[in-house]
Structure formats: C-alpha cells, structure tokens
Design a protein around this ligand. Structure first.
Ligand SMILES: Cc1cc2nc3c(=O)[nH]c(=O)nc-3n(C[C@H](O)[C@H](O)[C@H](O)COP(=O)(O)O)c2cc1C
Length: 195
C-alpha cells in the first residue's frame, strides 16, 4: 500500500494536538476507540513484547477519574493556588472529552528488552493512534500533566509493580485543519549526514 510522497508527508504534517476546549463534540463510540487500538497495535516492538495497554474512561467514569487525579495531586502537593487551578483544568478536560485513555507500558514478565525499548514502543503506538484518529474525525492530545503514575492512579489502573503509566490521551471529535503557528526546526538542523 503506497501513498504518494506528497500525500504521506501532508498526512503526517497535518497531525496536531487538539485540546478539550477545542473539541467539536464528545460523542466517541467504543468501536471508534477500538479502531484506534487497532492502529496502535501495529507499532514497532522489540522482541514482540507488545507493551502498550490502554485503559479507557468515558462518561461517568471520566469524571470519577478526574476526582482521583485531583485527590492524588492534593495528596502530593497540597492545596495551593497553583494546584487548585490545575484541579480545575483536570475536571474541565475530563468533562469536555469523549474519552480519556490511560497510556500504559506493561512490562514484559521475562524482561527480554530494556524498559526504554518498551517505553519507546508505546510512544510509537500512541503516534499511530493519534494519526489514525483523523480518519474517524477524531483527535486529541497526550498529557503528562495530570497525576501521571501517582500511586492513587496506579491503583486505579491496576498496574503491576514494573508497569508504567505514561500519561493520558484526551480524545474528542475534531475535523478541522488546525494551522501550525510555530515553525519546526529545519531538516538541516535535525539530520546530520556523518562523514
Ligand atoms: C509525551 C508527551 C507529553 C505531553 N504532555 C502535555 C501536557 O501535559 N500538556 C500539554 O498541554 N501538552 C502536552 N503534550 C502535547 C504537546 O504540547 C504538543 O505535542 C506540542 O505542543 C506540539 O504540538 P502538535 O502536537 O500539535 O504538533 C505532550 C506531548 C508529548 C509527546
């Protein structure tokens, strides 16, 4: 299956992080989320450990999740002006998303590859998911700002000791083309041909 050079690049370049305040709707079906997981599971994986796991929160469960995030945040950092503001954002993001997906690295029981390899594989899976979302009129953003891997969250996600919670993917409807205001570093800055 080959896209043209222009189509392939344009598709990748059009991926944007879309935030809950920008979502056009929150109606996201179980089947659509399963489609995203289908794309995720074709990410590269060293020794085929397939370390990606996704725990999906929708509706009432999303708001219960926000309360766990808030409680964990206050537990760790107390109630200050800053954490109260953050708590408000956690609740806002949950209330304005069609789903919140916990991104989890499930550690291979035999530890056949490094933790880094497992984490990198999960990041690839998230990118697959994010790219594929556009075909369903969905988008979102990866957040590491809401009580990530905190003990209360780990308990909620039923993680084993060596599993790692790698953040949240806030998902919602989005079909517009979001312009990119910030230019990226040029190819000549990021790619060096070694002599
Ligand atoms: C691992 C990871 C964690 C991120 N965490 C946050 C976050 O906590 N809050 C946030 O606003 N954006 C977060 N982002 C999204 C970035 O802000 C976003 O990718 C960046 O602004 C570039 O925009 P683009 O994805 O539209 O190109 C995260 C991205 C990655 C890859």
């Amino acid at each position: 299956m080959a896209l043209s050079v222009a189509e392939s690049l344009a598709f990748i370049q059009s991926r944007r992080s879309i935030y809950p305040k920008e979502f056009e709707g929150t109606d996201v079906s179980k089947e659509e989320i399963e489609q995203l997981a289908e794309a995720a599971r074709y990410a590269p994986t060293h020794k085929h450990t397939e370390p990606w796991r996704f725990k999906i929160f929708q509706g009432e469960a999303t708001m219960r999740l926000a309360e766990v995030q808030v409680k964990a945040l206050f537990q760790a950092k107390g109630e200050t002006e800053m954490t109260l503001k953050k708590a408000e954002k956690m609740r806002f993001n949950a209330a304005h998303s069609g789903a919140v997906i916990a991104i989890v690295m499930q550690r291979d029981e035999l530890e056949r590859v490094s933790v880094e390899d497992e984490v990198w594989a999960v990041a690839c899976a998230v990118q697959n998911m994010h790219l594929h979302a556009a075909s369903l009129g969905l988008s979102g953003f990866w957040s590491t700002g809401a009580a990530v891997n905190f003990p209360e969250v780990r308990a909620l996600l039923e993680l084993k000791e060596k599993d790692l919670h790698m953040g949240w993917f806030y998902l919602g409807r989005y079909s517009a083309e979001k312009p990119r205001f910030k230019e990226r570093a040029r190819v000549s800055e990021v790619a060096t041909f070694m002599k």
